[in-house]
Design a protein around this ligand. Structure first.
Ligand SMILES: N[C@@H](CCC(=O)N[C@@H](CS)C(=O)NCC(=O)O)C(=O)O
Length: 202
């Protein structure tokens, strides 16, 4: 299998953490890819018409894309056990969707602040993306802490990837301030070898 990869992407990191946890890194060749909506660069637009990574070339069918599709596929193929049976599955999927939604907002902020030409940037629009993240982090602090302390699943992994991305790209925003339980969870979880080996780097 070939994974289109960038070390800064929170979505690619989800796939990499899964591969580490499943001890299956040797099953995938990493293909460096980078670009933006304004300049797709080496993003695999011929493999994913949306021009986004991660994308996974596989031997048994067309290229897969969207991190949630790839992680479901690899979990099934590798028997990683990171999607539990229902009914816990529904919580895992909602947590993963919440974390991915925050990552979408954080990536849009990054594009707004660093890719869009300076003259047409909108601080209000960026701030509106941050509000989504802020609201969702408070929802996690309010209702997801007991799930976070259960068995490792893709919801927790997606959340860790998002929190790592916030520390990497938005260090001035103190997301920990009013969220002591979430901060404590991430401090411990970030020490897992799979998270340590995949921390974002410029
Ligand atoms: N929903 C997608 C989001 C992937 C995504 O936004 N990837 C970013 C990198 S972090 C990207 O490829 N951006 C290029 C673009 O938007 O043109 C997923 O879960 O895979």
């Amino acid at each position: 299998m070939r994974l289109y990869h960038a070390a800064t992407s929170p979505f690619v990191r989800k796939v990499m953490v899964l591969l580490h946890e499943a001890r299956a890194l040797d099953r995938v060749t990493l293909v460096p890819a980078s670009g933006t909506p304004l300049d797709p660069g080496t993003l695999p637009v011929d493999r994913n018409p949306l021009g986004k990574i991660p994308a996974l070339e596989r031997p048994d069918g067309p290229t897969l894309y969207d991190s949630r599709v790839i992680t479901r596929y690899l979990d099934d193929r590798l028997g990683a056990g990171l999607y539990p049976p229902a009914p816990r599955l529904w919580d895992t999927l909602v947590l993963e969707a919440t974390a991915d939604g925050m990552a979408d907002a954080a990536v849009l902020m990054r594009y707004e602040e660093h890719v869009r030409p300076a003259a047409s940037r909108s601080p209000d629009w960026s701030e509106a993306q941050w509000h989504k993240i802020d609201r969702a982090l408070s929802a996690v602090e309010g209702r997801w802490i007991s799930h976070l302390h259960g068995p490792l699943d893709m919801g927790q992994i997606a959340l860790g990837c998002l929190l790592g991305y916030l520390d990497f790209r938005q260090p001035a925003r103190d997301w920990r301030a009013a969220r002591p339980a979430l901060a404590a969870w991430w401090q411990a979880a970030a020490d897992r070898p799979a998270f340590r080996a995949t921390a974002p780097a410029a």
